[in-house]
Write a protein that binds this ligand. Sequence first.
Ligand code: GLV
Ligand code: MN
Ligand code: MN
Ligand code: MN
Length: 401
Amino acid sequence: MSGATTLLGAIADVGADRVRGGYSRHGFDHADAELREWFSSEAAARGLDVHTDRNGNLWAWWGTPGPGAVVTGSHLDSVPGGGAFDGPLGVVSALAAVDTLRATGFRPARPVAVVVFAEEEGGRFGVPCLGSRLLAGTFDVDRARRLRDPDGVTLAEAVRATGLDPAHLGPDPEALSRIGCFVELHVEQGRGLVNLDAPVGLADSILAHGRWRLTFHGEGNHAGATPLTDRRDPMLPAASLVLAARRVAGSVPGARATVGRLVPNPGGTNVIPSTVDVWLDARAPGDGDTRHAVDEIVATARETAEREGCTVTVHEESYTGTVTFDSRLRDELAGVLGGAPALPTGAGHDAGVLADRVPTAMLFVRNPTGVSHAPAEHADADDCEAGVAALARVLAHLAGT
Ligand code: GLV
Ligand code: MN
Ligand code: MN
Ligand code: MN
């Protein structure tokens, strides 16, 4: 087993979801706390200095923290019922790459840091890449403090429970100014590297993507006693939104639209819901196409709502424009790696948030299933090892003399 797969094995039970399968590890929950403790002790065992920043991101420093640092890492949280690799592979590979470099006697000429970003998936508070967005100052901090999880716990309450002061959440220019460059290693989330027959690649772009919550309001009533003509059933416009998402995305080249979460209130088999919350995830190569697709999907649902005597409110939870990674850094790293292929991705990452602030690159490790955000997500041990070796070479190049 490679160092990376051994380290992944050490956290294999943490946050395992016995009901959904896979892992449910969410920002500032019990599993997350256990993973943070595990990371901190692994980092300390390597002589790295660990600290938590004002937004709950963890930093482990090899050398004195300071400007020009070469930063690598990813996240440890997951989607509900997620795979073992999305996030943790980047964290364990960073630790394993430090081990590899140490074993060769490498001494960095610039500080190196391994970072674990908080709540990357937005699986608990709905906003992805929350830790990196807050650090970079691209998400309103008052809004962040008020975000609620499905149990009604606010982000402010959740971070306070971990010992952080919610008053300190927000832009962190000092942390940002230390990052000379950021390289995130991640399991690939499609079949790009399988098709290219390559174990490791570099990211060139991320689709524009966002999340919208639509609440359809109707009238709660009895499923048996209410004639069809007397109903104001919000499930009908919710259903029309699901179908419109598929139809509209199919008409925009490269677009994807998904409804992965739909909550009727109060949620009884024999109850016409009074409201239905639906979360729309939409992505496309360009910002204009993404916005246009969302507008069309929402317009269809609105029409159905009006026809059914319902109303709808729309709330944008998060949005990230198209990301194009630094082409100079990517070409430089492709050279270091002997010509690793570059490929686009539809998945969002903390690297995408940081990309317009600091030179940023991503390494992808082949995923033979092409499946992600599901338990079937996978990376072979040999490919994980190739990922660690590639990351070690990249860090040596960037942090060397
Ligand atoms: C995060 O992984 C996302 O792209 O949804
Ligand atoms: Mn993910
Ligand atoms: Mn991820
Ligand atoms: Mn992600």
